[in-house]
Unconditional design. Sequence first.
Lengths: 458, 458
Amino acid sequence: MKSKLQRLILLMCLSSAIASAQSDSAMIKKIFNEALTNGKSYSNLDYLTNKIGGRLSGSPQAQLAVEWAFKAMKDAGADTVYLQECMVPHWVRGEKETAKVTGSGSKKFKEVPICALGGSIATPAEGITAQVIEVKSFEELKKLGKENVTGKIIFFNLPMDPTQIETFNAYSAAVALRWAGALEAAKYGAVGAVVRSCTLAQDDNPHTGVMGYNDSVTKIPACAISTNGANWLSENLKTDKNLNFYFKMSCQTLPDEKSYNVVGELRGTVKAKEYIVVGGHLDSWDTGKGANDDGSGVVQCIEVLRIYKALGIKPKFNIRAVAFMNEENGGRGGKKYAELAKLNDEKHIAAIESDAGSFTPMGFSSDAPPAVKAKLKSWRPLFEPYGIYNFDRDGGGSDIEPLKKSGVPLIELMPDSQRYFDYHHTPIDVFENVNKRELELGGAAMAALIWMISQYGM
Amino acid sequence: MKSKLQRLILLMCLSSAIASAQSDSAMIKKIFNEALTNGKSYSNLDYLTNKIGGRLSGSPQAQLAVEWAFKAMKDAGADTVYLQECMVPHWVRGEKETAKVTGSGSKKFKEVPICALGGSIATPAEGITAQVIEVKSFEELKKLGKENVTGKIIFFNLPMDPTQIETFNAYSAAVALRWAGALEAAKYGAVGAVVRSCTLAQDDNPHTGVMGYNDSVTKIPACAISTNGANWLSENLKTDKNLNFYFKMSCQTLPDEKSYNVVGELRGTVKAKEYIVVGGHLDSWDTGKGANDDGSGVVQCIEVLRIYKALGIKPKFNIRAVAFMNEENGGRGGKKYAELAKLNDEKHIAAIESDAGSFTPMGFSSDAPPAVKAKLKSWRPLFEPYGIYNFDRDGGGSDIEPLKKSGVPLIELMPDSQRYFDYHHTPIDVFENVNKRELELGGAAMAALIWMISQYGM
């Protein structure tokens, strides 16, 4: 049986815990109210996407975006804003790509929508034509072998799995063909690679994205074909094995360019060199305007600063918003950030990323030790009133990933994923496909999480 | 201490419970896979919205929709499809409405986007012009009194509350002014009512919706004004109290028309006169195409039948999909359904409605006794893998509401609500604003819930 004193202490602890939960709940409500009432993320995204537009690393637009982010962080009330220099790849698309399928004896002819994959070499100036062969996997390619592949164009046609509820799971399974399709096909003598767009939508938008070469293997040009185009091609290959594919691309890789991460800080009240970092990436693919990938993440991070300033919240830890450069085709900004953090002996309490679209937030995934994951999940009741229930998934973000080796807990905002791959890396990743409230809720969710981390550590 | 026998029984019960949960989980997975792989709800919605279009009760389009739903339920594999006749109001909009704000001495002039509220009388043929007075509530109107209101047009300008996370909560608070604005203003001698559109979006789309009169009070015409229009008017009234409002509408109410609910049934294996009903409403407002309100609900209910048939699931109870008529401006279909259910001595185990848009499903609300709500919530772990977490909210659907007095548990699908009021009752409630996967997940969620009810009762 407990002594009176023990019971008294227990009671005091309990009261204190209830009072804390109430005051955390009240603060989180304030944060959401501020975002939904005075939010600036939507107008910021309007500027970034419509006045600057797509902003691939090394482009003039990427530089404009750096200058814009610097000013936007100042306007949001950051105590300090500065740049972190890094060298980035500079790939340019050149003229609009064209492609067509032609049959033996001109029985078939159809133009199909394609775009170069990021990093691809160009085709010869007159384009390239060869018999096209469909495979669904690298295993199929291997079975075909050099005798069947040499001189051909390989069409990688693995649809994303629609039965995955979380669309990122479906993406992970399909994207390997985009990344390594050209490399693997070239090993067997192929002269080009055409990869089915990574999306669950059936439409005419080709989805670009980064691909890779290997210096020991011949480089061949690689493009993405829209899902409608891929379906048409696959259907017609069933009755005519001798179809040819023609495509023409003038993309090229120029020398690396100087670019920057943009960092905005709110000074904490207690911990001089301890940081909670929240980031998104400023660069985007060039075919669209980088609204969901990842303009939305950047403006949400800037909004975190604005909310803290507007509400006069004094966090214990320094809060740092980072607009990372070059997530799409190199990850140089994320690497540079981690390198400097180590060099400057900074302690990161947690790193949070928003790079999964502007949609209604549904949870936070994490890449952290079990105890940290458990602590995160213990805060779930405070987030449920905002529709945020899922704290179970694993995963951080790619810009913050390089911090992992220093033991920093990584967290990623998990918005509803159903629409993400409709827009991802396409001409329709535009401002009009972002909903103001959904965007604002995401920023508020991260601000609220940072409040909890600032109060209780991680 | 328990006897060996007691322990054995406990163990058997436990094993059986685990086995059931596993087989339920497997069945729910099958249901979702079927919806996401072979789903027909999206192509059905394409037909309903793009080939038939907006379908207000009593219109030729509503009749076409009845015929279409009959065929669609047959195609989905219903064992029986039949119509339930009901008389419905027949209001027609007439020519496109026009409105402008004019200042004293023609200092101000601006055309503003309006539309007649459903059920409104017309203005005189030449339109109506009067000084416009802004209020935010019926209390303000009362304070103004007859001396300030007589002969004026009352502008009800209560914005929806953006800090409500669930947008339906914000709607509930604002919609009273739309429903009763004209009635209340007329009591004080007003000659017209202009109501701020019920939406959180700031744009040029006026939102129609039903309004009501009372035979003992003079009927005055009532319109909705877009939020941009309302903001402009309110801003300008601050500096010029003497602005006039002009509007012209030629809407009218014709005699009631004959129409129908469409009912499709799958016969249960065990319970002859016991039903689980799942419904949406077939009618829609006329300014758009009724995609989210509520074409999506109708095609999801038809999809439930298709999924059960395609998977060869034999439910214990009869499953009945209902495309209700006249939810928007009378609710006659819902009333008729409940009336016939009683007359025919049918037992309803549960009634489920989908009338909150085509968006990603996040939960089920219910209007049922605590024990039923608790049972519903106990199934939540089976739904969490599909992002469906919220079983706590109260509320059924308006078409199934008349079943409540017979004690039927009412349940409503709760999709993500952030975008719903962007489209609700506007020209942009169209097919293009529906995402295929989100729509399919909603139908699957209801099919999965029906599986659980069919297995364990309600």
